[in-house]
Design a protein around this ligand. Structure first.
Ligand code: CUA
Length: 341
């Protein structure tokens, strides 16, 4: 009996094959584009990141060569010339391949890697930035070399290009890890202890930093934009952040409501009675690139959403949702915050 050719299956097979082609192209594309971008250790934009990247490439190449040699030897021994060896030959092979070779490789890698450490020393003077990992945002304090008062900000870091900046890292309660993959290695922020990290960005641009250690329910929701600027632009920017918030505002109603609702007991807006230090400093919050520690766009509707649903947007954070406030009041406060440039 003749079975009819299942035409439909051939078509399904073709569909499956073209689907597989599309999927593999998409996967390859995703893998390749993952090497670039604002948060990639494989696209270094800093001196330290470049050292780490070079070390990684050398170790990867060496590991591939050794892997090929080991497998080549195994294939040779099992397939090409499978025969018994004299005990003397086997001992030699173990001595050279199992002792001398690994010691040699590790010594070369050590000699290659050690000089990199010397260049990771902090600079004597220059810009120092204190960063404290909070639950779940970043307190950022700029200490200039000229002994002027520090500038407090949050959730965004700006750096001058081509200069070594020292980060002074700590945390009041849980362990976080400070990491800007494009600029350099990561370092833990440990309660009760100060850790120091030096970074030197080599090109301008906007990068992304993250918390690299699980620190609680909103661990994945604490990121921060990193903007590397020319020195002159950086000085102008820092000077503008040093100033208090504008006294006259287009949103006087929002300003009053912000103070009435008690927001000032947790947040500081310099130039107003709001002087709380529990939450992020909001003096120039409208000028930041993102809201909610690098996770949301910075605009009035997002401010309103955050005020209303803080507990849903950032689970476990200290800020309660202010959903009891009328929508009109939330919108007025949101417009006021958005105007703080
Ligand atoms: Cu902070 Cu993870």
């Amino acid at each position: 009996m003749k079975v009819p050719t299942p035409l439909i299956d051939n078509e399904a097979g073709r569909n499956r094959r073209s689907l597989a082609k599309v999927a593999s192209a998409a996967l390859l594309g995703a893998l390749l584009t993952a090497c670039e971008g604002a948060q990639s250790a494989l696209a270094p934009a800093g001196d330290e990141a470049e050292r780490v990247f070079n070390l990684f490439v050398v170790m990867l190449a060496a590991a591939c060569l050794i892997w090929l040699a080991v497998f080549g030897t195994a294939v040779y021994a099992m397939r090409v010339r499978p025969h018994e060896h004299e005990e003397r030959t086997a001992s030699h092979f173990i001595f050279w391949g199992g002792i001398v070779f690994p010691v040699g490789v590790l010594t070369v890698l050590l000699l290659f890697g050690l000089p990199m450490l010397a260049n990771l020393r902090p600079p004597g003077d220059g810009l120092r930035i204190g960063v404290s990992g909070e639950q779940w945002w970043w307190r950022v304090t700029y200490h200039s070399a000229d002994q002027r008062s520090a500038v407090v900000s949050a959730n965004e870091i700006r750096l001058p290009v081509g200069e070594r900046t020292e980060f002074i890292l700590d945390s009041p309660d849980v362990i976080h890890s400070f990491w800007i993959p494009s600029l350099g290695g990561k370092l833990d922020m440990v309660p009760g202890r100060t850790t120091r990290l030096t970074l030197e960005p080599t090109r301008t641009g906007t990068f992304r930093g993250v918390c690299a250690e699980f620190c609680g329910p909103s661990h994945a929701l604490m990121a921060f934009p990193v903007v590397v600027m020319e020195r002159e632009a950086f000085d102008l920017w820092l000077e503008a952040r040093r100033a208090p918030a504008a006294e006259t505002t287009d949103e006087p109603e929002g300003r009053e409501l912000f103070l009435q609702a008690g927001c000032g007991s947790c947040h500081t807006i310099r130039g107003t009675p709001a002087a709380g230090v529990i939450g992020p400093d909001l003096t120039h919050v409208g000028s930041r690139l993102a809201l909610g520690a690098g996770i949301l766009p910075n605009d009035a509707p997002t401010f309103a959403r955050f005020i209303r649903d803080a507990e849903e947007i950032k689970p476990g954070s200290l800020m309660p949702s202010f959903s009891m406030l009328p929508d009109a009041e939330i919108s007025a406060i949101a417009r006021y915050l958005d105007s703080l440039e």
